[in-house]
Structures are given as C-alpha cells and as structure tokens.
Design a protein around this ligand. Structure first.
Ligand SMILES: Cc1cc2nc3c(=O)[nH]c(=O)nc-3n(C[C@H](O)[C@H](O)[C@H](O)COP(=O)(O)OP(=O)(O)OC[C@H]3O[C@@H](n4cnc5c(N)ncnc54)[C@H](O)[C@@H]3O)c2cc1C
Length: 377
C-alpha cells in the first residue's frame, strides 16, 4: 500500500527555518519503490516536484509550493566489510537522519565522516551540495550514489567521478529537470561511503584534522589524528557554540545553516578586495584567504559581511507583508534566522540587504547557499 498523499499541507513545519506556505500535495514514501513511484507519477502528470529531506537547506516561498512535495522517509544502513582492502563500504538510504549515520559510523570505529557531525538533514541530501564542515566533505568518502534519473526514467548507479562534486555543489545541484520542478534531474535513493576502520586493538583515529579551529579545540597540530569520539565531541561543541546544531531551545539555530557560500575569486578579484580593505580600514588590514586551486582564492563570506557593516544580531527590514523581521544569528554571521514571526519575504529582504551591502563595498556578489523554492531575491 503506497503511503497516503495529503493535500494543502503547510511546509513551515518541515523546514528548519520554520518558513514556507502550503504544498498542493505531500507524500512521504517509506520504501525506495514508493519514492520512485511517487516521483514518476508526479512527473507523468507534469506536476512540479520538490523532493524534501530535513528541510534544512531550503527557503520556501510564503505562497508555498504549487506541486507535490515528496518527503523522503526511506530507511536502511548496510555495511560491507568484504572490500579488497581494509576499508568498509557503508550504504545509507536517502531518508536516514544524517547525524545518526555519522554517530553510528563513529561507534562502529569507521573514520571519514566524524567532522561532519551535527549537520542537520537527511543522508540523501548530502551529495546535493557536497556537505562539508571542519575540513571534511562528503565527496572525500562517497564512492557511489544510487539515483532515480527523471530524464531517462530509470535508476542509475553513479560512481563518485560522475557526481561532479565541487565546493558546496555537485552535478545533482547543477542539473535541473523541467522548469517549475524545484528538484533536479536526479533523485538520490542511497549513498555509499568508503570508510576506514581502525586497528583491532585501541580506538579508531579520525582522518587528519585539517581545520585550524578544530585542531586548536582538540589541542593538536593540524594534520594530527585523534580518537573518533573526541573529534565528534569537539565538532559538536564548536557547532553548538555557533548555533549550528538544531536545538529547539536556541533561536539562533532556526536557520538554513550558512546562507552564503564563501566567494572564490580570481587573483585580480582578490587584489581588488585587498585594495578596498587597505583604503577603507588602513594599510595593515589583512584579508583572510585560502588557496582554492587554479590560482583562485577563497575568502570568508563572514569577513566580507562584517566588514560591510553587518554585525551578529543585525535585524533586517520588516517583511513587506507586515511580518516580523529576520535577523543575523547572534552567534554566527553567516546564519540568517527566523526569530519566530518572520516570513520568507522578510528573510529574503535581509539577505538582499546583506548581498547589496557587500557588493557596494567590495564589488563581490555573494552566492546564496540554500535552495530557493518559488522564492527569489
Ligand atoms: C543549523 C544548520 C547547520 C548547517 N550546517 C551545515 C554545514 O556545516 N555544512 C553544510 O554543508 N551544510 C550545513 N547545513 C545545511 C544543510 O543541513 C545541509 O545542506 C543538508 O545536507 C540538507 O539536508 P536536508 O535533508 O535538510 O535537505 P533539504 O533542505 O530537505 O533539501 C535541500 C535540497 O536538496 C534536495 N534534496 C533533498 N533530498 C534529496 C534527494 N534524496 N534527492 C534529490 N534531491 C534531494 C532538495 O530538493 C533541495 O533542493 C546546515 C543547516 C542548518 C539548519
């Protein structure tokens, strides 16, 4: 029996921002076959489709979504220890809670995902924007993605090399389906990771700790390894301090995570930002930056936003619809918050204010990280 479809369902309760108007219909398939059937049948009716995981990376319009929302509720984690080397293949159904997967892998003594602790949402969404944090990205360990290809109307097994992973992006994110469909050509059904077990005796060590702030918290040098449990605890502690773990008691976590990606600039673009910083803030103002390959440079969006005059806690304009204002998190410059009575329009008015302020000061146009569903700025 396929799961029932409900109609006219408000989406705010299904997003971590607590924002979004109603969907025409909502289905919650619990098996892979149901998930494929739900997408296939909506496509056959030419209805717009939004495949939704935990709703932690979407901004849904106040008007809602004029189509079918398919909320992935499939389950299953399997471990294959029979690979040629010592590594273990872990295959996870799209509907599994991501942090529970990370916790389980740490418990099983499998290294490779520990720095991705505490990221909200479901496993099936992790390849979409190649989630990353504290020096790890899922593309470091994904070996294959099983997906329903809406164009070809068949299930495809995509090796990692075909997934087009980049910084907060992938072929999944970049390959649209029909206009009006909020979800792209590929619906992720399951993801396979290759993780590394530890020695028979003693704890499994993490992958090398690359992120300086995490290394400092752990009291180790960058490149060192620590027991998996220690890495996970330190990441969760750092994230909680920044309001970056979901916590019903912390209004600063009512966000979609980082709202803007860190801009990747050409050498000339970076020189222009440095020149502005020197002119406006004095000759000794360093602009933090990291190499991003091909001579390009990545700079923290948070630095640009703060230096364009937007401080933590900054409140945006009231919503054009009379709703309350959205604000920047008091703990993290990149997170935009619905304090409780904002609307999507108010949130996007704040996002536009920040984007325009940074562009006016530094000539850099920030790119929005979450997926806008029926909304634009
Ligand atoms: C407090 C907080 C902290 C965060 N921290 C981080 C972080 O450190 N690093 C990071 O990278 N992200 C972070 N995020 C963003 C977010 O958690 C991740 O992008 C996450 O992977 C989204 O998962 P989800 O299931 O909630 O996806 P959703 O928000 O439900 O969906 C996001 C997009 O993926 C698509 N999608 C979802 N599932 C599927 C599927 N099975 N097949 C095809 N398309 C699908 C949707 O259609 C949509 O376009 C954070 C968010 C919050 C709220």
């Amino acid at each position: 029996m396929p799961s029932p479809t409900r109609t006219d369902v408000p989406l705010a309760g299904f997003t971590t921002l607590g924002l979004g108007g109603p969907a025409t219909a909502l289905a919650e398939p619990v098996t892979e076959a149901e998930l494929v059937a739900a997408v296939r049948s909506a496509d056959e009716r030419a209805e717009p489709v939004l495949v939704l995981g935990g709703g932690s990376n979407v901004v849904v319009a106040d008007a809602g979504f004029p189509g079918t929302v398919i909320r992935v509720s499939t389950r299953g984690v399997s471990l294959d220890r029979a690979l040629a080397g010592p590594d273990v293949a872990v295959t996870v159904a799209a509907g599994e809670d991501w942090d529970a997967v990370v916790a389980r892998c740490a418990d099983e003594g499998l290294a490779g995902l520990e720095c991705l602790s505490g990221i909200p949402g479901l496993a099936g969404a992790t390849p979409i924007q190649n989630v990353g944090a504290y020096g790890q990205e899922v593309s470091d360990t994904i070996t294959a993605v099983r997906a329903y290809d809406r164009e070809e109307r068949r299930i495809a097994e995509l090796p990692a090399g075909a997934c087009g992973f980049g910084y907060r992006t992938s072929a999944f994110k970049r390959t649209p389906y029909r206009p009006g469909s909020a979800t792209g050509r590929y619906v992720v059904l399951s993801v396979t990771f290759r993780l590394t077990p530890g020695p028979l005796a003693g704890p499994t060590l993490s992958a090398p700790i690359r992120y300086p702030e995490l290394a400092a918290t752990l009291g180790v040098a960058a490149g060192d390894r620590v027991p998996l449990g220690e890495a996970r605890s330190a990441v969760l502690k750092l994230r909680a301090r920044k309001g970056m773990v979901l916590d019903a008691g912390d209004p600063d976590s009512r966000s979609a995570g980082s709202f803007f990606t860190n801009p990747v600039l050409s050498a000339a673009g970076f020189a222009a930002v440095e020149e502005t910083a020197r002119r406006v803030y004095g000759p000794d103002t360093p602009v933090p930056h990291f190499p991003a390959g091909d001579g390009q440079v990545k700079i923290p969006a948070a630095w640009l936003i703060e230096h364009a005059g937007f401080t933590k806690g900054h409140q945006g304009p009231a919503g054009p619809d009379g709703a309350g204002a959205a604000r920047i998190s008091a703990k993290h410059t990149l997170a935009l918050i619905n304090p409780g009575h904002a609307s999507t329009a108010a949130l996007l008015a704040l996002a536009a204010e920040i984007r325009d302020g940074v562009r006016a000061k530094f000539g850099v146009t920030l790119v929005i990280e979450p997926v806008l569903v029926g909304a634009e700025i």
